[in-house]
Ligand binder design. Structure first.
Ligand code: ATP
Ligand code: MG
Length: 323
């Protein structure tokens, strides 16, 4: 394919004392150059596991299979070192907690220039210039002075800007932001989302924006992928998915939100019945136990995507409304 990033049949099984958890049950995810894809779904649906799969860092002990192609190169066909290098150069990541990404005892200038040193062989001078340039780009005042500062000397929002600078250090084509603003207060949250949007625009990046906040997904992405129990159950242009959702789960999510008010921190309100037990999934549709439309046929096999390439849902009742 001509996708910039192409994930095929990603599977991830995590052994736990209570049995194996199927955190990813076969996920396909194409991402085109410049595309902003929103990944949404309730807690435990596998969003972060998918992000970790893409960057080659699944949970310890997990068994994985599937292919990841970056710029036409199948990472499974590369040596582990080469695959790591390609991921490092082409994919930048920003996670929820900047303190996890940052080393508390290393000045931020050095942390920003670590990847370019190893992956691009930049000289000390080049790295310093790059760090100043990136700090300026992400909106950190007095970048020269700030290079020597440690993570604890920054506010939460500024720290997240530092990790964004780090993510951009090797000029990636793809940015993966996993709940990058969830821990921040609303005003700072919007500033960081604006910054990410600007960077995507300026640097022609593609981005996977992982969020449980539907108003963020609705307002800031081109494409939406809805995850449920380790699978993408609906995929399509964001405007279509929000205006005419095809999967009963997506409809339940949208109905659970009284209104999408950008000025309020909107939460993903719980939908009826318990979330799925990922250690006890049978072969049928994993949403069937919570679905008002479910019939016997839903319990026979996990539905294939229906509705066409641009907007599809894994539901045999696509289009039907619950009474
Ligand atoms: P959230 O919105 O809370 O971030 P998520 O969609 O990112 O949720 P994941 O973190 O990907 O969900 O988790 C998917 C499933 O895998 C969950 O059932 C989770 O408990 C399980 N899981 C993830 N990481 C581990 C791990 N290291 N050990 C055991 N189970 C794990
Ligand atoms: Mg997560």
């Amino acid at each position: 394919t001509d996708a910039l990033l192409d994930v095929r049949d990603a599977r991830c099984v995590i052994p736990t004392p209570k049995g194996d958890i199927v955190a990813l049950g076969g996920v396909d995810l194409p991402l085109a150059g410049g595309e902003v894809l929103g990944l949404v779904g309730e807690s435990g649906s596998g969003k972060s596991t998918l992000a970790k799969f893409v960057i080659g860092a699944p949970p310890p002990g997990a068994r994985t299979s599937g292919r990841t192609t970056v710029k036409g190169v199948d990472l499974a066909e590369q040596s582990p070192e080469r695959a790591r290098e390609l991921r490092g150069r082409h994919i930048g990541t920003v996670f929820q907690d900047p303190m996890m990404a940052l080393n508390p005892v290393v000045p931020i200038g050095r942390q920003i220039s670590e990847a370019p040193r190893f992956l691009l062989g930049m000289s000390a001078r080049e790295r310093r210039d790059l760090a100043v340039e990136l700090l300026t780009l992400v909106g950190i005042p007095e970048p020269e002075r700030r290079l020597k500062h440690y993570p604890h000397q920054f506010s939460g929002g500024m720290r997240q800007r530092v990790t964004i600078a780090m993510a951009l250090a090797c000029s990636p084509d793809i940015l993966i932001a996993d709940e990058a603003t969830t821990a921040l207060d609303v005003t700072v949250q919007r500033q960081i989302l604006d910054l990410l949007a600007d960077l995507v625009e300026q640097r022609s990046l593609a981005m996977v924006l992982v969020s449980h906040d539907l108003s963020v997904i609705a307002g800031r992405t081109h494409t939406t992928a809805v995850m449920y129990a380790g699978r993408i159950v609906e995929y399509g242009p964001t405007a279509r998915v929000f205006a005419a959702p095809r999967h009963p789960y997506t409809r339940a999510l949208l109905e659970a939100i009284p209104r999408l008010d950008a000025d309020e921190r909107s939460r993903m309100v719980a939908i009826p019945r318990a979330p799925p037990d990922l250690a006890a999934l049978d072969q049928g549709c994993s949403f069937a136990p919570r679905c008002a439309l479910a019939t016997d046929a839903c319990r026979d096999a996990f539905p294939e995507p229906r509705g066409g390439d641009t907007h599809w849902a894994r539901c045999i009742h696509t289009g039907e409304q619950a009474e």
